[in-house]
Design a protein around this ligand. Sequence first.
Ligand code: CP
Ligand code: NVA
Length: 307
Amino acid sequence: MTRHLLRDDDLSPAEQAEILDLAVSLKKDRWKLKPLEGPQTVAVIFDKSSTRTRVSFAVGIADLGGSPLIISTANSQLGGKETPSDTARVLERQVAAIVWRTYAQAGLEEMARGTTVPVINALSDDFHPCQLLADLLTIREHKGELKGLTLTFFGDGTSNMGHSYVLAGVTAGMHVRVASPEAYAPRADVVADAERIAATTGGSVTLYTDPDEAAAGADVMVTDTWVSMGKEEEKSARLRDLGPYKVTTETMGHAASDAIFIHCLPADRGYEVDAEVIDGPQSVVWDEAENRLHAQKALLVWLLRQQ
Ligand code: CP
Ligand code: NVA
């Protein structure tokens, strides 16, 4: 059966670890594997803006011997005249895999149901699983084993990043804390799914409203934009509501003394994080951005091996 990555818990703990191991080896030897030599094409579709995802998939597919076909939905029939499933049936006759950045998770699910090639979620409103593979790789590089580490996410727990940290973090056996106002807590069904996974991995998920309490002793400090793509109309309410959850040097002072700071980028300095933190010595955001390349190459290799 074709495997897809639509949300973080599509990978079991063992599969997630296997992909991260492969990413480490591909980072050491960038041109080691060429599963797409021929070359085969991978479609990379964008309904929303992107820098990191666009570049890392294009470069990664080329590294693997393949040819990236970058499609902007604005210039295609998808999203206008054609459904995700009809688009998938057209693409599968010509490409090895489909990568899609979109709004609704339901569209990705429809795309995956309609095709025999792997579909990868390159960010939806609900999840950003490719980012999490890169983030876990980065945390592993800086902290060693993931299991047992405490990661605190500050801000919009309802966002794709909030949900993905909850699911992917517990899959890795981490203790995930989310610090947000109650109205911005992660979706209850996502937390319930994470709790089920945590029971098998030794991880945990805990929701906080007090940011300092959530920061206490954390190994990894994380935030994301307060205004995700598609939420622009809520900007002023979000800046007001999420203000107390900004990551400052004072917040970092509550974490473990050797804590690292990560952020998927792009960042709004002065809003969700102060420049002193994101540009300071505990920040590893540039390693994190580079690791999108290595993690996604590993993901593509792994998914194609399951075909
Ligand atoms: N982190 C991330 O997905 O960045 P882009 O929006 O630039 O792809
Ligand atoms: N939560 C952000 C992530 C950007 C990579 C957004 O959806 O805009």
